[in-house]
Design a protein. Structure first.
Length: 269
């Protein structure tokens, strides 16, 4: 069977974005071995050919019920697949899935029977929240930014909003482009429903969810926007660590300076 992308340029363009971001994650050292996951809601790009395709897998349980996802289509990085390979050959290292009408199962429909990410429950729960909120977001990203993960090994940074305020204060762009900040999800077993539920609660309040001692989850209108959220936070972490390596604690922007920035950009408090 021919690739579903051959006659669907809109879907091909979305998956090309995924491939580009997968390359960035590998180059930054945020995606060791098979680390990290990407899912994108491609329902808008699901043409008649894709919708008419017979499944190439049996129905597979999600592990939870997600009522807003019935009949939706997602491109997912495959489990045990490497970001560097996803960047080069996305349809060999990912697959398109369709959520069943019972909202509790999915089927693989294209191109190969590549099982989706082991974090699928967390990712689909994020998509459920995005659709329910009506924010128009279509992409979810999980990755392992080195400096941000390192900061979660320091207990004082895990207190509510401590890390957000620190990272905001390092450079104005972080306050402007990550206006709700970084929420902390206390350590939970990877791939668990408990982790998915905690992530959703976190993303109701923050732009990005930080999984303690593990990685981050970010969402956005497309995969570029989700990546950018993590990128600006990581830049702030690097600035903080660079200052500490030079032997001083960076003073950061003052509360007054951040207040001026909030007013100028009409940012939330």
């Amino acid at each position: 069977m021919n690739s579903i992308l051959e006659n669907n340029p809109a879907l091909a363009a979305e998956i090309e974005k995924v491939a580009e971001v997968a390359g960035y994650l590998w180059q930054k050292g945020w995606a060791e071995r098979n680390g990290g996951n990407i899912t994108v809601n491609v329902t808008d790009q699901a043409d008649e050919e894709l919708r008419g395709r017979a499944p190439i897998s049996e129905p597979i349980a999600i592990g939870t019920t997600l009522p807003h996802l019935a009949g939706r289509y997602f491109f997912c990085k495959g489990t045990n697949k490497r970001m560097r390979d996803l960047a080069r050959r996305p349809m060999e290292n990912g697959s398109v899935i369709r959520i069943a009408d019972d909202c509790a199962h999915y089927e693989i429909v294209a191109d190969n029977p590549v099982m989706p990410t082991s974090e699928l429950a967390s990712h689909l729960a994020m998509h459920e929240q995005m659709i329910a909120s009506g924010n128009g977001y279509k992409a979810a990203l999980h990755t392992h930014p080195i400096e941000l993960v390192a900061m979660t090994h320091h207990a004082p940074f895990l207190k509510k909003d401590v890390l957000t305020r620190l990272l905001w204060s390092m450079i104005p762009e972080t306050r402007a482009f990550c206006p709700k900040g970084l929420g902390i999800v206390p350590y939970r077993m990877p791939s668990s429903v408990e982790l998915a539920e905690a992530t959703i609660r976190c993303l109701e309040e923050y732009d990005v969810a930080m999984w303690e001692k593990h990685g981050v989850c970010a969402v956005g209108p497309d995969i570029f926007e989700a990546f950018d959220q993590v990128d600006v936070l990581s830049k702030s972490a690097l600035i903080y660590i660079a200052a500490r390596n030079m032997g001083f604690v960076p003073e950061g922007m003052s509360a007054e300076q951040m207040g001026e920035l909030r007013e100028a950009f009409n940012l939330p408090k």
